[in-house]
Design a protein around this ligand. Structure first.
Ligand code: GSH
Length: 291
């Protein structure tokens, strides 16, 4: 691993396509579609276009929780968007999310289809549509929304900041790693203190705030993201570890994190989801193929 070379920014920034970063091939300085491509549409009211990154997992978990709670209207088709192959720049996807990022949702249950993008907006939309996983009491609801928006503002420092410079950047920059390690440890402490006072982030009720925070912070706590559990000494955050395990043990969370998963152990992958039975049959198929 090379040292960070001295760099003086030029007067005008120009796009260096081959900057060597892990996602250099999909990053562009412009928006909009790169090619024409319709999105597939299945038979259910809700169409999810996603991939099981932490942002994608949030919505898979919410839909599985809604179904587990008996909300039949939450039946959905989940289509795989391979962001490394540029699927997010197809014209159909850009029509659902002009920001070209997963997850994106189309609700086709009404007269006109409704598009929803940004994982926090999708969670809130579904919570309001089904009257679920968002406390009814105004104060508790406000607390849930505070933590939901906390996640939206904080996780980019965890993923785009710490994760990028610790695991993905082509060079190790001490200044950047120090800056973001400090911020991420501070965020862990914020969560740990809160979860020392209450069972769930919003208080007594499990909510969309837990669903938003768990895929990001839980993954680092469990050593699944960036290989940084030891570096960040995550076992110090006892309440956060307790909550991470508690959320991870929920059957709907176990199913939800498989939706649109195209990496990791084969038995945890479900590329597309069109029916509840897909979790059993597809997993068995894959295990049999592996034998
Ligand atoms: N703030 C957005 C972030 C979504 C996001 O960053 N998605 C990533 C995967 S985790 C993505 O689609 N990246 C593809 C790209 O940047 O081209 C949300 O919460 O939905």
């Amino acid at each position: 691993m090379s040292e960070a070379p001295a760099y003086t920014p030029p007067k005008v920034w120009t796009w260096d396509k081959g900057n060597g970063g892990a996602f250099a091939n999909i990053n562009r300085p412009v928006a909009g579609p790169t090619h024409e491509k319709e999105l597939p549409v299945g038979r259910h009211p809700l169409q999810l276009y996603s991939l099981a990154t932490p942002n994608g997992v949030k919505v898979g978990v919410m839909l599985e929780e809604l179904l587990a709670a008996g909300h039949k209207g939450a039946e959905y088709d989940a289509w795989l968007i391979r962001i490394n192959e540029g699927d997010q720049f197809g014209s159909g996807f850009v029509g659902v999310n002009p920001n070209s990022k997963i997850p994106a949702l189309m609700d086709r249950s009404g007269k006109e289809p409704v598009r929803v993008f940004e994982s926090g907006a999708i969670l809130l939309y579904l919570a309001e549509k089904f009257g679920a996983f968002l406390p009814k009491d105004h104060v508790a609801r406000t607390e849930a929304l505070s933590w939901l928006f906390w996640q939206m503002g904080s996780a980019p420092f965890l993923g785009g900041g710490f994760g990028h410079f610790f695991a993905y950047a082509p060079i190790k920059i001490e200044y950047a790693i120090n800056r973001y390690a400090m911020e991420v440890k501070r965020q862990f402490d914020v969560l740990d203190r809160r979860l020392g006072e209450v069972e769930y982030l919003a208080g007594k009720e499990y909510s969309i705030a837990d669903m938003a925070v768990w895929p990001w912070y839980g993954a680092v706590i469990k050593g699944e993201a960036y290989g940084a559990a030891e570096f960040l000494q995550v076992s110090e955050y006892k309440n956060l570890v307790r909550w991470t395990d508690q959320i991870g043990a929920r059957p709907a969370v176990k199913r939800g994190r498989m939706v649109n998963r195209a990496m990791g152990p084969l038995e945890e992958q479900l590329h597309e989801r069109h029916d509840a039975s897909d979790f059993e049959t597809k997993t068995q198929d894959k295990l049999q193929k592996k034998e």
